[in-house]
Design a protein around this ligand. Structure first.
Ligand code: DGL
Length: 276
């Protein structure tokens, strides 16, 4: 099997992964990145396991076909519902030399040092919460941590529609956070288990109890990628380094370029692709 040298692929159902990609580019500016947003089929959060797996597999294979040897699923829903199948079934059969990494484990790994009460909150899409993937990973590393989740079905649609600063967003952020802290008032650390949620940070900060630490993923996922590339020099050699970044979307390019401006401060030029 050939071993291509190409950009690091970054996949999300929509725009949320751009918040992770921005952190990658800050800390790893020499690497090339290829971002793919499946915006035409987003959000994934309410979709079945089979659909999320099939869509994610198509996206990952597309990125492989563009020359990526390493793909990061910058999406909690895809990481929770599709990653294991892709790693265990698809890669060995079809692309044994390529790697796909998710963002759950890097997030979970930092928990131990961030909670004192050992009560942690998790907010995410219904898909991420129902998958049970976070509790499984948390309890492997920290069996003493009590993890309480709250599904926030409307947060992604609000962000995708540019409504993150609206009264409507404030209403739903307050409602879901109140639900979460009513379930467990001892929570002292909160995982933002969705890459869209950094855009709701001002509201989240307004409605969480004082002293609760917010675990936003970009920073930790980037540290984990840096460490992965150090520990796997053969993979690092297969990631090209010209400092470039290209963007692909399954939606209309104009819509992607306009909406992406909510997520990143610079202008983006995208190309359209069809999956499936
Ligand atoms: N950004 C994705 C995540 O981190 C979810 C968006 C969606 O529902 O498609 O879970």
């Amino acid at each position: 099997m050939n071993k291509p040298v190409g950009p690091i692929g970054v996949f999300d159902s929509g725009y949320g992964g751009l918040t992770i990609l921005e952190e990658f580019r800050k800390k790893l500016p020499e690497y090339d990145f290829l971002y793919l947003g499946d915006n035409a089929r987003a959000p994934y959060g309410n979709r079945s396991f089979d659909m999320v797996y099939e869509f994610t597999r198509q996206a990952v294979f597309y990125l492989f076909e563009q020359g990526c040897s390493l793909v990061i699923l910058a999406c909690n829903t895809a990481s929770a519902k599709a990653l294991r199948n892709i790693q265990q079934n698809d890669l060995p059969k079809t692309y044994p030399e390529r790697r796909v990494l998710g963002i759950l484990i890097p997030t979970v790994e930092v928990l131990g040092s961030l909670t004192t009460t050992r009560h942690v909150g998790l907010i995410g899409t219904p898909g991420t919460i129902q998958s049970g993937s976070y509790p499984i990973e948390v309890h492997k590393l920290f069996p003493d941590i009590i993890l309480t989740g709250e599904a926030c079905p409307l947060w992604v649609p609000l962000v995708e529609n540019g409504e993150q600063d609206s009264e409507g967003a404030a209403f739903f952020v307050k409602k879901n956070l109140n639900n979460l802290f009513a379930k467990d008032s001892e929570i002292d650390a909160l995982i933002l288990g969705c890459t869209h949620y950094p855009l709701l940070l001002p509201l989240i900060r307004r409605f969480i109890p004082k002293g609760v630490k917010i675990i936003s993923q970009g920073e930790y996922v980037t540290e984990s990628l840096i460490s992965y590339l150090k520990r796997h020099p053969q993979m690092a050699e297969r990631c090209s380094r010209n400092g470039s970044c290209c963007y692909l979307t399954t939606e209309s390019v104009e819509k992607f370029e306009e909406s992406a401006s909510f997520f990143v401060k610079h202008k983006i030029k995208a190309n359209h692709v069809r999956l499936g």
